[in-house]
Design a protein around this ligand. Sequence first.
Ligand SMILES: *[C@@H]1O[C@H](CO)[C@@H](O)[C@H](O)[C@H]1NC(C)=O
Ligand SMILES: *[C@@H]1O[C@H](CO)[C@@H](O)[C@H](O)[C@H]1NC(C)=O
Ligand SMILES: *[C@@H]1O[C@H](CO)[C@@H](O)[C@H](O)[C@H]1NC(C)=O
Ligand SMILES: *[C@@H]1O[C@H](CO)[C@@H](O)[C@H](O)[C@H]1NC(C)=O
Ligand SMILES: [Fe+2]
Length: 477
Amino acid sequence: MLLHLFFSLFVFLTLIDNGNAGVTSSFIRSEFPAVDIPLENEVFAVPKGYNAPQQVHITQGDYEGKAVIVSWVTPDKPGSSEVRYGLSKGKYDFTAKGSFTNYTFYTYKSGYIHKCFLNGLQYDTKYYYEIGNGDSARNFWFETPPKVDPDASYTFGIIGDLGQTYNSLSTLQHYMNSGAKSVLFVGDLSYADRYKYHDVGVRWDSWGRFVEPSTAYQPWIWNTGNHEIEYMPYMGEVTMFKSYLYRYPTPYQASNSTSPLWYSIRRASAHIIVLSTYSPFVKYTPQWKWLREEFKNVDREKTPWLIVLMHVPIYNSNVAHFMEGESMRSVFEAWFIEHKVDVIFAGHVHAYERSYRISNIHFNISSGDPYPVPDETAPVYITVGDGGNKEGLAARFRDPQPDYSAFRESSYGHSTLEIKNRSHAFYHWNRNDDGKKVKIDSFVLHNLYWGQNHQQRKSNQNRLRSLILNRASTSLL
Ligand SMILES: *[C@@H]1O[C@H](CO)[C@@H](O)[C@H](O)[C@H]1NC(C)=O
Ligand SMILES: *[C@@H]1O[C@H](CO)[C@@H](O)[C@H](O)[C@H]1NC(C)=O
Ligand SMILES: *[C@@H]1O[C@H](CO)[C@@H](O)[C@H](O)[C@H]1NC(C)=O
Ligand SMILES: *[C@@H]1O[C@H](CO)[C@@H](O)[C@H](O)[C@H]1NC(C)=O
Ligand SMILES: [Fe+2]
């Protein structure tokens, strides 16, 4: 039985690692129109009750998963920033006090944006919480992750470039049925910046209500994209990321970052690093210095899975945004190889693409080989910019498909990464197939740290112990 499993794994591995030409999917979707859902649609409905909390969302609040940040907006007056919470519905033994802020964007005045920090939570526990008062009070729940542990199993969803169209809705609904526990979001949230003047703020609010059915119940790990920059000098708005920074708090201080735009967390058996494409990252900048230090905090004995999120993909063979990730590649790729990053998720390109394990670190400006080469120590690069925003699909891939590209398809969807234990994770890309969710691109992600190298190192370090281990596993077979 096990032998059979090993054998099929081996066959599977050979299939994905033999450097065969990649696949360009011929699937052509019949698209919903790439237009935003009208504001009066029920997906944007304002909750009942005077000054009722809306746009509720949570994210991890600390480094290890024992804290949550709850955020919401009250439209009419500040109201309470308090969160009441506990282990059963309606029985709230704990209270946390938060704070609120507000901002203007041209003539738009935001509601009161609340932020409340729930700390000292137990791992692997369902908490119920309540915000707002009287008739306007609202109740939600969330589950904390298992304790940070090398074999903790956990399922992440990956969504990018979501927006607020009918395609976005399809992605969100499919995601919510996936069973995943937390979203790794790779940037470009609301696409509110496609509007002008007062409406920019309005579409941030509608997006907050749109995603609430998921974001109020499970943490979304946020990252920014170009649509969060909102540099709009024509209306006097020139503070980068203003709306985003007011609305989407991140636990950046817990990882000693000095900016909410880049940070890292540990969750279950994963160490997740969030990088900001649109913040300075070249040598000596704050983000570069922070990342250099943060890699030292990664402990693969505790968190075997090392995952990096960024907005612009480093390996992309779509005509759209081709080579835009080259600047970040030249700065960070060598570190990604050195630290054995397992997988890098990006968005930006409105299509799906997965790379083979490849690297291009031998190239430098005076000599070296300027081509990506197969590299078993390199990450897998996955682009999931296919959430379904109003800009539509990036339909044209470069031809022929480059050697580094394993699978690509121009349609909408989301991914899931089911981490099983320290060595195995099951990955799926799920296409929105006109109302159905279809698993299209699936593979077993083998951990780079706990793979063969580790076994070898271990046996060199302790031959006797590994002999015993081998005996044990032989007798199992
Ligand atoms: C924030 O809210 C207060 C109280 O309603 C109001 O006086 C102030 O003008 C608002 N500030 C901004 C920046 O909108
Ligand atoms: C952050 O810095 C403090 C003080 O130097 C240190 O104790 C802590 O371990 C650091 N945390 C991380 C996640 O780097
Ligand atoms: C550039 O590449 C050449 C050939 O691989 C190598 O000898 C040289 O050390 C590299 N220079 C730098 C600065 O990396
Ligand atoms: C890890 O999970 C994979 C997939 O479920 C399984 O085949 C493998 O035996 C597990 N490894 C250990 C050490 O439990
Ligand atoms: Fe983008």
